[in-house]
Ligand binder design. Structure first.
Ligand code: C2E
Ligand code: MG
Ligand code: MG
Ligand code: MG
Length: 283
């Protein structure tokens, strides 16, 4: 009894420590959105065969004053559960468009900018207007913008998502199905939503060279994408062996640490300058 009560107490203490940790994180996150402690980084994507950068994925970062950089994998779920996601999406979209246009990269060096969006971004009647407002500062064609949506997010609110995406794609916005193959109903999502691209999830890429099953699944995704005229981007490419394997299987576009890590706007400017220099030297 004594021990069981003791362990119960311990459990309770641990639980409340975790709870207050989470509550604290939530409190800090609300402040962070207001105090502009969030920032964006960019990860380039490449067509290796044609030796060119095809686009950028925008990823949010939280620079916490005490804890340092906190991963979106940790705070995006928290934001999603607490109605904070729209504020983050608005910030990320506006900030990236601002930075890229301010430095003259958009349309000249960058032909596609992909943003991650959540199910909650599609809730309510005003959700489409929010996207329209966020994109209103674009100095050109909206086809440079792509929204990355996971299957699980799409399924949470399929009809709401569909209505908004139909309106946005009519204006040229592209749609990508992120983490493709990890959701419950990948094919149904492809059937019901206006989608132009799938991103092969990193978990398939990771062991593609050794694991025959993963390799076959990736080949099947590529064949399906080809039949449906979808673009395919492989995510999380870290080694030449993975890249070669994917290339032989017919994959055209690559994103991963092998090519470039997510980087700040200042690093991106240098990165693009160096890339252009190398391309000029080769031609
Ligand atoms: P995601 O959209 O699937 O993004 C890809 C993640 O893989 C990023 O992690 C990226 O840094 C990481 N990555 C890229 N290349 C490699 C590689 O070669 N190896 C490995 N191991 N990882 C690689 P990050 O930035 O930590 O983002 C995690 C997730 O958080 C994203 O997954 C996305 O679901 C979510 N997220 C990030 N930014 C936003 C945002 O602005 N809004 C929303 N709603 N979600 C976001
Ligand atoms: Mg993504
Ligand atoms: Mg992904
Ligand atoms: Mg992911």
């Amino acid at each position: 009894q004594q021990t069981s009560r003791g362990s119960y107490k311990l459990y309770n203490a641990e639980l409340s420590a975790i709870m207050s940790n989470k509550a604290r994180l939530l409190f800090d996150l609300k402040a962070a959105i207001e105090k502009r402690q969030l920032s964006v980084v960019y990860q380039p994507q490449f067509c290796v065969q044609e030796n060119r950068m095809t686009g950028l994925e925008v990823l949010v970062r939280w620079n916490h004053p005490e804890r340092g950089v906190i991963s979106p994998a940790e705070f995006i779920p928290l934001a999603e559960q607490n109605s904070l996601i729209c504020g983050i999406t608005d910030f990320v979209m506006r900030q990236a468009i601002d930075e890229l246009t301010e430095h003259g990269l958009l349309y000249r060096d960058v032909q596609r900018v992909s943003f991650n969006v959540s199910a909650a971004d599609f809730n309510g009647n005003e959700s489409c207007d929010r996207f329209l407002a966020n994109l209103s500062q674009l100095p050109g064609d909206w086809s440079v913008i792509e929204l990355e949506l996971t299957e699980s997010a799409a399924l949470l609110n399929l009809e709401g998502v569909r209505q908004v995406l139909e309106k946005l794609t009519a204006k040229g916005v592209q749609v990508s199905l992120d983490d493709f193959g990890t959701g419950y109903s990948s094919l149904n999502t492809l059937r019901l939503l206006p989608i132009q691209e799938v991103k092969i999830d990193q978990s398939f890429v990771k062991d593609i060279v050794q694991n025959k099953q993963d390799a076959k699944l990736v080949k099947t995704i590529l064949a399906m994408a080809q039949a449906l005229h979808l673009r395919v981007v492989a995510e999380g490419v870290e080694t030449h062996a993975q890249a070669n394997y994917l290339m032989t299987a017919g994959c055209q576009e690559f994103q991963g640490f092998l090519y470039a890590r997510p980087m700040s706007i200042n690093h991106l400017i240098t990165f693009i300058k160096n890339l252009k220099q190398r391309q000029r030297a080769q031609s």
